[in-house]
Design a protein around this ligand. Structure first.
Ligand SMILES: Nc1ncnc2c1ncn2[C@@H]1O[C@H](COP(=O)(O)OP(=O)(O)O)[C@@H](O)[C@H]1O
Ligand SMILES: [Mg+2]
Length: 344
């Protein structure tokens, strides 16, 4: 209206446009805060995620730079959750907007995917408060700037932003966090500077009750070999040791990669397999693997990675690493990878 009225006076029009932009940002902020404090009053029903995600991606395509390729994959066998379509859209838009901003300069690939995941009592403790049950996993992955640990620690805080004044509200991820929490889901993030970021949202499937681990009945591959398990996170190590021992293996576990080298070199033929995390601050899993392979070139190694970085995967394969598993993985996946690595 006012903008149209001053058509013949460009400087004024520009000024008004800026005011308008600022007002929109303000409105956006208010809306985000309303959501954040759960005042928006969502109407939650069973909603299938695939069509909703597909529709949101179509909208996204129109609003983000063409230098960003969008890859969509919706392979979940069942994808119905109890939610309001609006909140799911908002969640996706916030994650995808951040992802596209992270790739603004150089372009890249934005991957949005849906997958099923069964969380069992034995599943890794990547998210402490996820109850066992069936979840739909919404993954938003970018190949952008990634984040330093000191940024990653704070991203879910309200008003935390690394963007300039007027550029970011710092509310996007707080809102996402609020929504996910409200839906009794969980969100995890994996990122490293220069390596892009992966956000995973776990939403409980509608109409499924938390249930017992069926795979216990089906039987998982077991074994009696000796395994060296390395992860810098205490909780993962505790989980890994317990899980592997219950599968019958003999396990030596440590949170310190340098210690792992020592243990291994004191008895190189005493271990039938090494399982190591990739992202460890003291020494990457890849470097650790190389050291161990120098000591004993035929030792089977499983690398647990957070990304599907195909290039580095190939490098790792060339270096002699037998298997990969993507975090978070289940006991079942781990058990399978172990048999593949040892029996290959
Ligand atoms: N995909 C991503 N890649 C890199 N950094 C990210 C990504 N997502 C979020 N961030 C970081 O988290 C911060 C907070 O994000 P958010 O809560 O959405 O607020 P805002 O986008 O307004 O800054 C961002 O400023 C940015 O530093
Ligand atoms: Mg944001």
């Amino acid at each position: 209206m006012a903008v149209d009225d001053v058509d013949d006076r460009p400087p004024v029009q520009n000024y008004l446009k800026n005011v308008l932009k600022a007002a929109m940002r303000g409105r956006d902020l208010v809306r985000q805060i309303l959501t954040f404090s759960s005042m928006a009053g969502y109407a939650r029903n069973s909603v299938a995620l695939s069509p909703l995600v597909t529709e949101t991606v179509r909208f996204l395509r129109a609003s983000i730079p063409v230098t960003i390729e969008i890859k969509l994959s919706t392979t979940a066998s069942s994808d119905t959750v109890l939610a309001d379509p609006t909140e799911i859209q908002q969640l996706l838009m916030n994650l995808a907007t951040n992802a596209s901003l992270a790739m603004e300069e150089k372009g890249g690939v934005l991957e949005i995917s849906l997958a099923d995941i069964d969380i069992t009592p034995d599943s890794p403790v990547f998210a402490e408060d996820v109850k066992p049950g069936e979840y739909v996993q919404v993954i938003v992955r970018d190949t952008g700037t990634g984040m330093a640990p000191n940024v990653m620690k704070r991203i879910f805080e309200p008003f935390f932003t690394t963007r300039g004044t007027g550029m970011g509200t710092g509310m996007g991820l707080s809102v996402v966090y609020g929504i996910v929490n409200d839906l009794q889901g969980t969100i995890t993030v994996e990122s490293e500077p220069g390596m892009g970021s992966t956000f995973r949202v776990f939403l409980p499937k509608a109409g499924t009750k938390p249930k017992k681990d069926q795979r216990l009945a089906q039987g998982v591959s077991t074994g009696t070999e000796s395994i060296l398990f390395v992860d810098d996170e205490e909780m993962i190590v505790a989980w890994g040791q317990g899980t592997l021992e219950r599968l019958g293996y003999r396990v030596t576990a440590t949170t310190d990669p340098a210690e792992a080298v020592k243990i291994f070199s004191s008895d190189p033929s005493g271990f039938d397999l090494v399982i190591t995390d990739q992202a460890m601050p003291a020494m990457s899993g890849m470097r650790l693997a190389k050291k161990l392979l120098k000591i004993r070139p035929d030792v089977p190694i499983i690398l647990c990675t957070g990304y599907s970085a195909t290039a580095s995967r190939e490098k790792a394969k060339e270096a002699g690493i037998k298997e990969f598993i993507m975090k978070p993985f289940t006991r079942h996946e781990l058990a399978q990878a172990i048999r593949c690595a040892i029996d290959a």
